[in-house]
Design a protein around this ligand. Structure first.
Ligand SMILES: [Zn+2]
Length: 149
C-alpha cells in the first residue's frame, strides 16, 4: 500500500492511495488521477513522507454543504480511499496529542521506526518541517469514525 503526497499544476496538495508504485505510474500516465480541488489531471508526486498526521474533518470545521460536496467528489475520484484509511488506522499506532513528540523521537532514532498517526497543529507541523521531519496530513472524513452502513 502506497500513500503519496500529490500536487496539481495549480499547487493544490492532496494524498493519493495506490496499491503499488506501478499502480501510481500507470494511473498517472493515463491521466486517471485528478486534483480533487480543481480537477486538473496534471499531477506530480511530492517527496514521500513516513509519518502520518491524521486530523478529523470535524476538527477543521468542515460541515458546510460545499465541503461535503467536494469531499464526495474527492471520494469518488479516489474510490479506494475509505479502504485505505481503514488500513492506515489498523496499521499505525495512534499516539494522539503526542504526535509531534513521537515523530521527533523516531526522526532522531530514539525509538525504532514505526508508523504513527496523531494530531498536530499547523504550527507544530511547520516546526517538524523545519527540522526536516515530513508528515502526511490526512483529513479523515467524519463518517469514517461512525459505524459503517
Ligand atoms: Zn488543483
Amino acid at each position: 500500500m502506497k500513500v503519496y503526497n500529490l500536487c496539481c499544476d495549480q499547487d493544490h496538495r492532496f494524498e493519493g492511495w495506490f496499491s503499488s508504485e506501478q499502480d501510481f505510474l500507470s494511473q498517472s500516465e493515463h491521466h486517471q488521477i485528478a486534483c480533487p480541488t480543481c480537477d486538473s489531471p496534471t499531477i506530480r508526486k511530492l517527496p514521500s513522507a513516513p509519518h502520518l498526521n491524521l486530523s478529523h474533518a470535524a476538527a477543521t470545521g468542515a460541515s458546510t454543504a460545499n465541503h461535503a460536496a467536494r469531499e464526495d467528489v474527492a471520494m469518488k475520484q479516489n474510490a479506494a480511499f475509505m479502504e485505505m484509511a481503514h488500513y492506515v488506522i489498523k496499521n499505525t499506532e495512534d499516539v494522539g496529542e503526542r504526535f509531534t513528540e513521537e515523530a521527533r523521537r523516531i526522526h532522531y532514532k530514539e525509538v525504532p521506526t514505526h508508523a504513527i498517526r496523531g494530531i498536530a497543529s499547523a504550527s507544530q507541523r511547520e516546526e517538524l518541517a523545519e527540522e526536516g521531519i515530513d508528515v502526511v496530513e490526512l483529513a479523515l472524513p467524519t463518517r469514517l469514525t461512525q459505524p459503517l452502513q
